[in-house]
Design a protein around this ligand. Structure first.
Ligand code: DX5
Ligand code: ZN
Length: 231
């Protein structure tokens, strides 16, 4: 996949119908999703539990675009191989998940998948400085991880701008995750984010029977972000 900074919308399937993932993934992709964002939670690093490697493996054949797997788990290293084998295109680990993020990123890259690091709202952007040459993406969390449907934390905007500066001309995506809506998307896009995760704002009001609502929701977020860039 060649690199560019076009706005990409990555719906989080945390907000999908859990009894119908295959159809939900096909619906969001048909309706314009650029990536499919998979939130993995362990009930320890975050207070919620979601998908093990067998679930991710079951999603894989339905994803035609790009599957980024956001690991909110600690420890993370023992599970990297299993999530890579399950078919992740990119694995994102949290800065705060252990003492050896550099080793974790090395382990992700050794699996031949793209590598990202995620920063919780309280984690300073400077912590990525010595990782930059190993990264395909930096994820700036705009909520405390664990649940969909939370309120956007405004300090994420300044953090995105700082990360954008640090990245310079390196081919590293900046993803924002949490509370992204047509109202908040322009703020992070203007600051330099290019991959926007959205759970509730994509799935709200829609269903596999009413997929056009997903399409309208995705378009509203994309258009708001693109307008901020054109301004
Ligand atoms: C939060 C997850 C997010 C979440 C986003 O822990 O990482 O991906 O599902 O949901 P919304 O868009 O509803 O804030
Ligand atoms: Zn996420």
């Amino acid at each position: 996949m060649s690199f560019d900074r076009k706005i990409r919308i990555a719906p989080s399937i945390l907000s999908a119908d859990f009894a119908n993932f295959g159809a939900e993934i096909r619906a969001i992709e048909d309706q314009g999703a650029d990536w499919v964002h998979v939130d993995v939670m362990d009930g320890h690093f975050v207070p919620n539990l979601t998908f093990g490697p067998p679930a991710v493996k079951a999603f894989r054949p339905h994803v035609k675009t790009f599957m980024d797997v956001h690991l909110m788990i600690a420890p993370v290293d023992p599970y990297i191989e299993a999530y890579a084998e399950a078919g992740a295109d990119m694995i994102v680990a949290h800065m705060e998940a252990g003492p050896h993020i550099h080793r974790t990123i090395q382990a992700i890259r050794a699996q031949g998948v793209k590598a990202g690091v995620s920063l919780n709202p309280g984690t300073p952007p400077e912590s990525i400085e010595y990782l930059l040459d190993m990264l395909d993406m930096v994820l700036v969390m705009s909520v405390n991880p664990g649940f969909g449907g939370q309120k956007f934390i405004p300090s994420a905007v300044e953090k995105v701008a700082r990360v954008r500066e640090m990245i310079g001309d390196r081919e590293i995506h900046i993803q924002v995750d949490g509370g992204i809506t047509p109202e908040t998307a322009p703020l992070v896009a203007a600051a330099g984010a290019d991959v926007l995760v959205a759970g509730s704002a994509v799935f709200k009001g829609g269903s596999v029977e009413k997929p056009e609502v997903y399409g309208a929701n995705i378009r509203a977020i994309r258009e708001a972000a693109e307008k901020a860039l054109a301004a």
